[in-house]
Design a binder for this molecule. Structure first.
Ligand SMILES: [Zn+2]
Length: 227
């Protein structure tokens, strides 16, 4: 899906605003729910997708601009900057309470979290076993919930009302696997998150930006996939 890559509108910079519309016997279109810009999508064999602006109510001068998908993505990236969002704007349970100087940057829709079987944060196991002992263990489903990313922690809120905090200064990496799951290495523990309702690339991008802040603030390094 083009919207996995174009996770925000490259013209009005609204997250999750683009939707792809398939049309019978006609080229597909991409439309921004926020600014109304519409692109016609065409596949160029042996090349990229090309997206041409055919309507743009707020930015008329964009109409007719025809660029490969990679260039629209490059324009999207130029719009990215960390900006706090209001905690009250996020439907979450329980309500998220931010600490002093804590800024909320991103909240997910419903995601699925898995942890290692026996993970002490979720399954009550003792955290004394070594990575070698855990070698034979598979992953186990934690359940559905929501993730919130601040400048200090990644917050898990399960649909069961349970909240678990991951301090970002203990997060070692955030990687995408096959554009399907986000894999987190927290301390020596692995977690995987499946996003079915939003772009994984959006999350990788935000992690990369937050990683720069954490590096500057504490020196701790979080490695991420390229974005
Ligand atoms: Zn837009």
């Amino acid at each position: 899906m083009i919207t996995d890559l174009l996770w925000r509108c490259p013209l009005c910079a609204t997250n999750d605003a683009l939707m792809q519309q398939r049309r019978l016997f006609r080229p597909p279109q991409l439309r921004c729910r926020h600014c109304g810009t519409t692109w016609q999508v065409r596949r160029v064999i042996g090349d990229d997708y090309w997206l041409k602006v055919i309507a743009s109510p707020a930015t008329q001068e964009q109409v007719g601009r025809d660029l490969p998908l990679a260039q629209w993505y490059a324009r999207l990236k130029e719009t990215v900057a960390l900006a706090p969002i209001e905690a009250t704007s996020v439907p979450s349970h329980p309500a998220v309470t931010l600490g002093d100087g804590e800024r909320l940057y991103l909240a997910s829709r419903t995601v699925r979290l898995a942890a290692e079987a026996g993970d002490p944060l979720f399954f009550g196991g003792a955290d004394t076993d070594t990575p070698h002992d855990r070698k034979e263990m598979g992953s186990a489903r934690v359940g559905q919930g929501r993730l919130l990313l601040t400048n200090q922690r990644l917050i898990w809120q399960g649909v069961d009302g349970r909240q678990v905090d991951f301090a970002l200064d203990k997060l070692n990496s955030a990687y995408a696997t096959f554009n399907v799951a986000l894999v987190l290495l927290y301390g020596m523990r692995l977690y995987s998150v499946r996003f079915t309702q939003e772009s994984l690339l959006k999350w990788i991008t935000y992690f990369a930006y937050v990683a720069k802040e954490i590096k500057a603030a504490s020196g701790h390094l979080i490695t991420t996939s390229n974005y």
